[in-house]
Design a protein around this ligand. Structure first.
Ligand code: SF4
Length: 232
């Protein structure tokens, strides 16, 4: 109900009433066997996820942007140095390069992103948020969902995150979709010991990327990466 009201408020126009019929699925399938109950719960989860997905998509037609443009802004704010490219963005969104190109052109024309040269290789280009892009993220309509999720997370906490993460991981694996993740959870991340740091006389860093051999500082360590490899 909270999200539905938010959708109505955010778009200021009439939308179809949204009713959760998922309880009907479980009611019609319960015959006392464990397997049937399991199937019914699975179907209910699918229906609920689908409803939430549709609502969050509706929410993101805001401030002159569409859901793909909002997601691109969010991605660029969180992506690490290997991932701020059109290819990585296409991978993350599960979109074609052509679609992503249109999204980037729209964001550039609105002054929300720019192309800047990589510091380590001036021939390569990074996609970067402009100040206006950073400011736009302050109005991110997904914050509404964050408030709603915060209430639920308070009750369910880690179990909810664990369950949803497992479901996402399973879907990505089955469909051979790149996972994306942060260094601290990546199987390629090597933590430097203090002794090794002292011996090498290098400035303190949090670790090394096993994929590129480059050092990863504290700021990069918590950003999402296109080359991420799960530890499972
Ligand atoms: S350690 Fe993993 S997540 Fe971090 S930069 Fe390397 S490949 Fe990406």
């Amino acid at each position: 109900m909270f999200l539905q009201q938010a959708v109505l408020a955010s778009r200021n126009k009439t939308v179809m009433p949204i009713t959760d019929h998922s309880h009907a699925v479980s009611a019609s399938r319960t015959n006392g066997t464990g397997q049937t109950e399991k199937n019914a719960i699975a179907q209910r989860v699918i229906v609920l996820l689908d409803r939430i997905g549709r609502l969050t998509r509706e929410l993101q037609f805001a401030d002159g942007l569409n859901p793909a443009q909002w997601e691109a802004l969010r991605f660029l704010a969180q992506a690490n140095k290997y991932s701020r490219s059109p290819t990585a963005l296409a991978d993350y969104l599960g979109a074609t390069k052509g679609t992503v190109s249109q999204t980037l052109i729209a964001l550039e024309s609105k002054g929300l992103i720019t192309r800047c040269k990589k510091t380590e290789d001036r021939r390569q280009v990074d996609l970067c948020l402009t100040e206006a892009g950073q400011a736009m993220l302050g109005k991110d309509p997904m914050q509404t969902l964050e408030h709603a999720a915060g209430e639920v997370a308070h009750e369910l906490g880690a179990e909810m995150v664990k369950g949803l993460s497992r479901l996402l991981h399973d879907l990505q694996t089955r469909n051979q979709i790149n996972e994306f993740g942060v260094c601290q959870d990546c199987s390629l991340f090597c933590v430097n010991s203090q002794a090794a740091l002292a011996a090498l006389e290098v400035p303190p860093v949090n670790g090394t990327c096993g994929n590129t051999g480059e050092t990863i500082d504290a700021a990069e360590k918590t950003k999402i990466c296109v080359n991420y490899k799960t530890t499972n």
